[in-house]
Design a protein around this ligand. Sequence first.
Ligand code: GLU
Length: 311
Amino acid sequence: MAHAFVHDATPHASPEPRYRGRFAPSPTGPLHRGSLVTALASWLDARAHDGVWIVRMEDVDEPRCVPGAAEAILATLSRLGLHSDEPVVWQSRRHAQYEQALAALTARGLVYPCGCTRREIADSLTRVHARNSTLAYPGTCRHGLHGKTPRAWRLRVPDGEAARIRFDDRWMGPQTQDLATEVGDFVLKRADGQWAYQLAVVVDDQAQGMTDIVRGADLLDSTARQIYLQACLDAPTPRYLHVPLVLADDGEKLSKQNGAAPLVLDTPETTLSALKDAATHLGLPTSLAYAPHREDFYAAATQAWRSRHLG
Ligand code: GLU
């Protein structure tokens, strides 16, 4: 794979855009071991590419946001020395852009209102697919609301070969998802009036010129939807790298709900030790454990990431 700093001998070749990546936490709680791994991986990838790293606060889903969590996350990042290279972007201030994207998709005939309740969708899935149903939305409102009140807005996904989205994840390898059979027409604006994550993330990654997405493997399953949405909005598709999740004792993704403790970074030693744990999870060399200070750690970790993931 070619990168921005690779010298290109072709005189008129247009240069590859400079690497731009982001860390995009949802302020649903304080940063924990799992989110530190994602923050560190995205930062290391940006630094290894001599690129730009930006923090985007994904506070679009109002009911899930916890008051004070965004500020706490930013304070923790600052304590770690992970500073956004550009001003932090707040999704809660970008409703107009999401509205514009929905209007553009609607003008292209790609969006339709859906009047189904969760219950109705579950019922019709049971009827159509019997027990082993995939969770794909069965397309009930594709051809009209049948007298129902519009609740959510859905993006029409294609059928057949066009529905098979393929991409090469830089960590997880080649991926394929069939949007028609595995996902179905998906929601862009929810019944409660909130913007769906899929729409907000695609609009923002495009607006911010993101070339690379580094995030947790729980979002691997959303990537095909985002690639399809990018195509619908004439947006470029970035490269993707999904890092393995940190799991809790119950085998689930570490989260507030299953007891993820907030990071305690009250001294330089505890901060460095949290960073070393995150690096170990990312498979970086154990020799990093000997870095005496944070700055040595970052330099050595960037070098290790570069030799592992670039070139
Ligand atoms: N806001 C999402 C999360 O905290 C991450 C979104 C993304 O990286 O695309 O899980």
